[in-house]
Structure formats: structure tokens, C-alpha cells
Ligand binder design. Structure first.
Ligand SMILES: Cc1cc2nc3c(=O)[nH]c(=O)nc-3n(C[C@H](O)[C@H](O)[C@H](O)COP(=O)(O)OP(=O)(O)OC[C@H]3O[C@@H](n4cnc5c(N)ncnc54)[C@H](O)[C@@H]3O)c2cc1C
Length: 478
């Protein structure tokens, strides 16, 4: 059912994110000076009051350790830190934003359902701060009859990433890039998570761990049960195509040439999505190059995906350069990682089924809304099974989907939350991940403060904290 509007986006927070962007400039300067005189044994950087950075001692222990700095992880870390938990955010790359930045999927959605805002809080504030700073306009969310992608919010990747750095540090969390979770052991009431860093292995103690890796990596390493579908959806390599005038191309001739190149083996069927070269060229790349038959769950699988994605780019480059009007074809930009749609989810205390999702089930322990069509990209690469929700339906995500079965002091948020493939194809989108991340961060902070397990924290306390931090939280219906 359509929820009544709860909290409108908070202008105060939007201004405060922009203020953080200026702090970000100071952060960059501070980082510049840090490189020369830093001690070798440190765990991360933390912002001090004057917007300078200090190093975290390597033996620091944390209330909350968040692994993965994508839409879910950065919101989890900001929320946990704002709620008073000593928090460390660890990210394997050198940038926050996850798929938004690393995969070039810089159009988060959906914050609105049927014309009403259903997701607000940290992620929305960050997205709208990026839009404000770039002088862009938000879509008209009231016109919900438009196809869903018109209601996503395009953000500048660099601005979003820089605002995210500043917001995480300004919240008081410590931030460690270029480190990957490699082990996780629970003993004496706390986690010790092994991080592979540039200086070798480092063990970080934390009361609560939040897995926001997208792939439930830490849950798997810790030995919790995970779920995966027999056939995984394709990934995509995002790129911006340039060097041609799209009005001047003969698309019929290009399609004939494309088909002939596939028959000769110079291109592979599916190199352009739907084998439609006109679509690829008119959209200048974007989300039109699916990479089929990959498994992004492991380092080996991801390595194969990256190589296959770049081979695809190379085949298309060689083909295009031979076509009239495309002699100067080039990639103006391409994503640093192949985008992965699906790997593992945790097996949670609760599992979101496609029926739960499409019927708009309001769970008793719902922590946020989620809204998107069922959006299963066929594993064969042969198109997308896309099913919009019935008018009025707004699904919710329960806390139980963020807690692995048989776990202690452990949460997982974002794409790896517990759900069936079809439901996951919808709730994996970025606005939902941001809302789940904020919820997980809040639950983790409360669990530490109250000395309770994440599943035991009273839902009234969870709802109150999240609403206090700008989130929209469904009311149970019973
Ligand atoms: C091609 C494509 C198109 C999409 N289209 C849309 C769309 O139109 N709109 C939309 O809203 N969503 C879209 N999505 C979905 C969405 O982008 C993702 O599902 C979402 O970003 C998941 O967020 P997350 O935080 O769970 O994970 P991610 O965004 O994947 O972030 C995970 C982060 O964890 C880090 N990490 C991973 N493993 C480790 C480790 N072991 N240690 C440390 N760090 C680690 C990664 O580097 C990454 O930064 C699309 C996704 C893809 C791939």
C-alpha cells in the first residue's frame, strides 16, 4: 500500500553535506601533508575537529566495523558513527560509492513510489547534495507514470565520491581504503577481522561487523550460510562512447555490418545488448554492454569478468573503427570494474520472497521501504524480465533479512541482504541499499550501546533512532 508521507527530506542535512564538501578540500590538503611524515603502523584516517586528518593507531578497536563502501556501506558507517559508535569503514578500492563510482552506475533509484517519497535520510541527503552542487535539477517525481529510469537521480561520480568521503569522516568514522577483508573470527564477545593491507595482514577488533561487500564476502568468510541462484544474471561494462556524430550514421548499414561481423566471429552475439548496434551508439554506451557467463563472487571470477568485459570493449572498438562515420570512434571513459548484478545473498533470519516484494508486505520488523520493478536480467543475456509492481504496492525490507542465520553481532546490508533472486533483482537498487545500510548502521550502534544482539534491539528503539536521523521507516500494520 502507499505509505503516508513521513519525513520530508531535511534541508538542514543537505546544506550540511555541502559544508562537508568544503571540508573535503581541507581533507585533501591534509592527506597531502600526511604522506610525508606518517608513522607506518596505522589503521585508517579520522577527521579531527579542524578538518585535518589524524591516523588511527593500528591497535585501535571499534564498536562497528563496516566492510565495503558502496551505497549500503557508506550509509551504514555514517549512521553508526552519528549514533555514537566508534566506527571503521574499510573499502577495497580507493573510492567510496561502490557501483555508483566503480561501475559507473551513477543513477541511484528509486527514492519515490507512486509520487511519494519513501526513502530519505543519509543516502538521499548525499545524492541531493551532489545534485545541488552541480546545479542540476531533480526529476519530477510526481509524474510516476514515466518509465522508472526517468525517476532515478543522475549524480556526478567525482562529486558524489568526494562528498561521501567528507560525510563519512565528518560523522566521526575512520576510513581505510585499499584493504580487503580476508578473515573473520568471533571470540570473547567480539569479532577479529583480518584485513589484507598494503603493509600485510592486520587484525581489527570490533563488537559488530556489517558486511556491505555486495557479495556477502565477510559472511562467507565467517562461515555463515549464503544463498545463490543456479544461474546468475549477466554483469555490464559501462563506458561512454565518443568520436562520432550520432545523427550522421547509417544505422541500417551498421546493423548489417554488425550481424556479418558476428557471423564471421569478429564480434560475439550479445556484444551490443539485444544485438542492437544502433541502441549502443545512440545511447553512447551507458548500460548497453552486458557481460554474460560470469561469476563475480570470487577474486578469480571477478578477474575473468574484468578480462571478458575489456575484450568485449576491444572487439567493439575494432569493429566500429572500420565503419563509415565511426573512424574516430573512442572510449571517452570506461568503468574501472565490470558491474556485477548478482552473486551471493546471506541466508537471513528472514528472506524476502518475490511474493513478499510484489505484494508490498509490511514486515513487523520492517526497517525501510524499497521500490523497483522486478528486474531479472536473463542469465543467457537474452533481454530483461521486467515486471513493474501493481499500482500502490510499496515493499518493505525486514531487519531479519539483514541478519545471517546463526550469527552473533553481525549484519549484512545492500545487495547481499537475504532474498530470492527475483526479489533481489529489485531491492538491490541503490536507494534501497542506502536505506538498508542506514538501518544496519543504526541497529549496530544500538546493539553496542544496549549490549544486545542486533535481533534483540527493540524495534521501537530502531525506528526512533532512524527517524531521528532523517530516515523513513514503515510502521508495522498489526
Ligand atoms: C550494470 C548495473 C546496472 C545497475 N543499474 C542500476 C540502476 O539503474 N539504478 C540503481 O539504483 N541500481 C542499479 N544497479 C544496482 C546497484 O548499483 C547495486 O546493486 C548497488 O550498488 C549495491 O550496493 P551495495 O552497497 O550493496 O554494493 P556495491 O555497490 O557493490 O558496493 C560494495 C563495495 O564493497 C567493496 N568491497 C567488496 N568486497 C570487499 C571486501 N572483501 N573488502 C573490502 N571492500 C569490499 C567494493 O569495492 C564496493 O565499493 C545496477 C547494477 C549494475 C551492476
Amino acid at each position: 500500500m502507499v505509505p503516508e508521507p513521513e519525513s520530508a527530506p531535511r534541508p538542514r542535512s543537505r546544506r550540511s553535506f555541502i559544508k562537508h564538501s568544503m571540508a573535503g578540500t581541507a581533507l585533501t590538503a591534509a592527506l597531502g601533508t600526511m604522506a610525508a611524515g606518517s608513522a607506518p603502523a596505522w589503521a585508517g584516517v579520522r577527521q579531527t575537529a579542524g578538518a585535518t586528518l589524524e591516523l588511527e593507531p593500528a591497535d585501535a578497536s571499534y564498536d562497528v566495523l563496516v566492510v565495503g563502501g558502496g551505497p549500503a556501506g557508506l550509509c551504514a558507517a555514517i549512521q553508526a558513527a552519528r549514533a555514537g559508535a566508534k566506527t571503521l569503514l574499510v573499502e577495497k578500492s580507493g573510492v567510496l560509492g561502490g557501483a555508483i563510482v566503480l561501475n559507473g552506475v551513477n543513477f541511484p533509484g528509486l527514492f519515490h513510489a507512486w509520487g511519494k517519497q519513501i526513502i530519505a535520510g543519509i543516502g538521499w541527503d548525499l545524492v541531493t547534495a551532489a545534485v545541488d552542487l552541480c546545479g542540476q535539477a531533480l526529476p519530477d517525481f510526481s509524474d510516476y507514470t514515466r518509465r522508472h529510469w526517468h525517476l532515478q537521480v543522475r549524480v556526478d561520480r567525482a562529486v558524489f565520491a568526494a562528498l561521501a568521503d567528507a560525510a563519512v569522516l565528518d560523522a566521526g568514522a575512520a576510513l581505510l581504503f585499499h584493504a580487503m577483508a580476508a578473515s573473520a573470527v568471533f571470540e570473547d564477545g567480539r569479532w577479529r577481522v583480518g584485513l589484507a593491507t598494503k603493509e600485510g595482514m592486520r587484525s581489527v577488533p570490533a563488537r559488530v561487523v556489517i558486511d556491505c561487500t555486495g557479495d556477502a564476502n565477510v559472511a562467507g568468510i565467517a562461515g555463515f550460510a549464503r544463498r545463490r541462484s543456479p544461474a546468475l544474471q549477466p554483469g555490464s561494462i559501462m563506458a561512454r562512447l565518443g568520436g562520432y556524430d550520432e545523427q550522421a550514421l547509417d544505422y541500417e548499414a551498421l546493423q548489417r555490418a554488425y550481424t556479418a561481423a558476428v557471423e564471421r566471429g569478429e564480434l560475439r552475439s550479445g556484444d551490443a545488448v539485444n544485438n542492437n548496434i544502433a541502441q549502443l551508439l545512440r545511447s553512447r554506451g551507458d548500460n548497453t554492454m552486458h557481460v554474460v557467463g560470469i561469476d563475480g563472487a570470487s577474486s578469480e571470477g571477478k578477474s575473468r569478468a574484468e578480462v571478458l568485459a575489456r575484450q568485449q570493449l576491444l572487439r567493439l572498438f575494432r569493429f566500429c573503427r572500420k565503419q563509415p562515420g565511426l573512424e574516430q570512434f573512442q572510449y571517452d571513459w570506461f568503468a574501472m570494474e565490470c558491474g556485477i548484478r548478482e552473486t551471493f545473498t546471506i541466508e537471513g533470519l528472514e528472506t524476502v520472497t518475490v511474493r513478499d516484494y510484489t505484494s508490498g508486505r509490511v514486515w513487523d520488523d520492517a526497517v525501510c521501504y524499497s521500490f523497483y520493478p522486478i528486474d531479472v536480467h536473463r542469465p543467457s543475456g537474452d533481454g530483461i524480465d521486467i515486471r513493474p509492481l501493481e499500482e500502490g504496492m510499496v515493499p518493505t525490507i525486514p531487519r531479519g533479512a539483514l541478519i545471517p542465520r546463526d550469527s552473533r553481532n553481525f549484519l549484512a546490508a545492500g545487495r547481499c541482504a537475504s532474498g530470492e533472486q527475483e526479489a533481489n533483482s529489485a531491492y538491490r537498487v541503490q536507494a534501497s541499499c542506502m536505506a538498508m545500510g542506514q538501518a544496519a548502521g543504526g541497529i549496530a550502534a544500538l546493539a553496542v550501546q544496549r549490549n544486545e544482539l542486533p535481533a534483540e534491539v527493540p524495534m521501537e528503539a530502531v525506528r526512533a533512532l532512524l527517524r531521528n536521523h532523517g530516515a523513513i521507516v514503515p510502521e508495522p500494520q498489526g
